[in-house]
Design a protein around this ligand. Structure first.
Ligand code: ADP
Ligand code: NI
Length: 219
């Protein structure tokens, strides 16, 4: 059992590292590796199953809707196909597929409940990587990849009520702070996640203050 689980983890680590190496929009292997490490840290503190957590973290962006024409079933489908290929037992496979299916942020007004403790750990870790200094870098990298402006003072942020609205925005990247990043602190699932998010949240608030000060021409 344990030996088999370790073999599944190793095969998945190898596949994902290969698949995500060199990606340039902040969804690279290093993002996956940070989410994996942090999800495991949270899972230990929260008493979650480490195999399910690590597999969920490794596979969570496997076929992200943002890069698959908005198809939000592509990730769960690819995760299922991969785990069937390496022989992950059905009850574990279903729990991991659920994580891949549920993890993504879908808009300010759209609840994204995770049905398992392991899923909560993965989602918290993924969200930690969307905030703070790295989160800021990832947002601008992603915005640039979609040819978005940095900022437009005449374009107000929107709090989206549906995943479709959220997915189809072409707003400047600064808007994304109000549409997602600054909302994450209060949407963390675990006590550990809530505690961890506070410092990165404050850092982003300071960053935005500085951004607007420079925009106004302050020295
Ligand atoms: P999620 O599954 O919750 O979308 P990911 O791990 O796929 O999380 O990461 C999404 C990354 O893409 C985040 O760092 C996020 O800031 C960035 N991103 C998504 N949408 C936008 C956007 N409209 N503008 C800028 N960055 C974005
Ligand atoms: Ni991610």
């Amino acid at each position: 059992m344990e030996v088999q689980r370790e073999a599944h983890l190793q095969a998945t680590r190898r596949k994902i590292e290969e698949q995500f190496s060199g990606e340039g929009t902040g969804h690279d292997w290093h993002h996956i590796a940070r989410v994996r490490a942090l999800a495991l840290e949270i899972a230990r503190l929260e008493g979650a199953d480490l195999f399910i957590t690590e597999m969920g973290a490794l596979l969570h962006d496997i076929a992200d809707h943002k890069f698959h024409g908005g198809d939000d079933q592509a990730g769960p489908r690819e995760a299922r196909r991969w785990m069937a290929e390496i022989g992950v037992p059905a009850h574990d496979l279903e729990r991991i597929v659920d994580i891949v299916h549920e993890v993504t942020f879908k808009g300010a007004g759209v609840p994204t409940p995770m049905s398992t403790l392991e899923g909560k750990c993965v989602q918290d870790a993924d969200r930690m990587d969307a905030i703070g200094a790295i989160g800021i870098a990832r947002a601008f990298a992603y915005g640039g990849s979609k040819k978005r402006a940095l900022y437009d003072p005449d374009w107000a942020p929107e709090l989206h009520d549906s995943f479709d609205q959220y997915k189809s925005t072409t707003a400047p990247t600064i808007n994304h702070f109000y549409e997602k990043l600054l909302l994450l602190r209060d949407r963390m699932n675990t006590e550990t996640g809530k505690r961890m998010a506070a410092k990165r949240h404050e850092y982003m608030e300071g960053y935005l203050d500085q951004f607007y000060a420079e925009w106004r021409g302050e020295r």
